[in-house]
Design a protein around this ligand. Structure first.
Ligand SMILES: C[S@@+](CC[C@H](N)C(=O)[O-])C[C@H]1O[C@@H](n2cnc3c(N)ncnc32)[C@H](O)[C@@H]1O
Length: 270
């Protein structure tokens, strides 16, 4: 049975439509409709400074789909903890995972009220599997693990997903300790999958500057090497930490796709 008893059924909280919010701006770049004029305004400003942002958003989502497919089909993972879910779009984690193995169980986590109001669209599990949504801040990994345990079997491997969220934690030590706590709370054979923006072009650095002037929460680019260090102690799945279009792309006669200003990877806990 789908575990649809999560907080999505609560009365939608008041949304702050005066301050641009990350989930809604991301939704705008992905071509979604769940955004407000303030989000589109800053989204357009960034688009001007960094036109590749739309391609970046799409390539990041495409990596998410390929990574989840790899985890479910090749690595045999049946449980996913997707933190920083974002607004529902095409190929949400449960849809990709359950298309491979209907018994997959997925817990979504986000702290933005608008994601909570749309969470019902994430709770459309297959009858064999389960999906749940929890409204918790990434800065509280212990509560995430505790509440996820209502839906996930914490004695079995879990794929932790941090896609486009760790950049919202400015402090490097705090980001590192969150990752360590999460990975420390899941058993051997579990995975960390992450993707985040990198400081690899002047345009993306300018985009982050514009973002940090007005949008919430702020976003902090890291170097690809720094992002790779979040996988310390894990066995990196080939091809390691790379730009998302280059992580196990579909074979193409035109060779490797172009890189974007992000780094991603999948690591297995030994
Ligand atoms: C850029 S979006 C990425 C969405 C999705 N993971 C993807 O890759 O398409 C970042 C998401 O992280 C969420 N987020 C940011 N900071 C967070 C925090 N401290 N705790 C929980 N969620 C957070 C935002 O609300 C937003 O939905």
């Amino acid at each position: 049975m789908a575990d649809n008893s999560a907080t999505a059924s609560q009365v939608p909280p008041e949304l702050n439509t005066n301050v641009p919010q990350t989930a809604r701006i991301w939704n705008y770049w992905l071509g979604g409709k769940d955004n407000f004029p303030v989000d589109r305004q800053v989204g357009d400003q960034i688009l001007q400074a960094f036109p590749a942002i739309v391609e970046n958003a799409r390539a990041s989502r495409a990596f998410l789909a390929r990574a989840v497919r790899y985890l479910a089909a090749d690595a045999g993972v049946r449980q996913f903890l997707d933190i920083g879910t974002g607004l529902p779009t095409a190929n949400n984690t449960h849809q990709v995972a359950q298309s491979v193995a209907p018994e997959c169980r997925i817990v979504y986590v986000d702290n933005d009220p608008i994601v909570l109001t749309h969470a019902r669209a994430l709770l459309t599990s297959t009858p064999e599997g389960a999906t749940a949504y929890i409204d918790v801040d990434l800065r509280d990994p212990d509560t995430i693990l505790q509440q996820a345990a209502r839906t996930l079997d914490v004695t079995q491997p879990i794929a932790i997903m941090l896609m486009g969220i760790l950049g919202h934690i400015a402090d490097d030590e705090q980001a590192q300790s969150i990752v360590e706590r999460l990975v420390g709370g899941v058993p051997s054979g579990s995975y960390l999958t992450m993707n985040d923006g990198t400081d690899t072009s002047q345009e993306v650095i300018e985009a982050a500057r514009i973002w940090n002037q007005s949008a919430n929460p702020t976003y902090h680019l890291r170097s690809p090497d720094r992002i790779a260090r979040f996988f310390d102690g894990l066995e990196l799945v080939e091809p390691g930490v790379v730009s998302p279009p280059r992580w196990r792309p579909e074979p193409s006669p035109s060779g490797l796709p172009a890189e974007i200003d992000s780094a991603c990877g999948v690591g297995r806990k030994p």
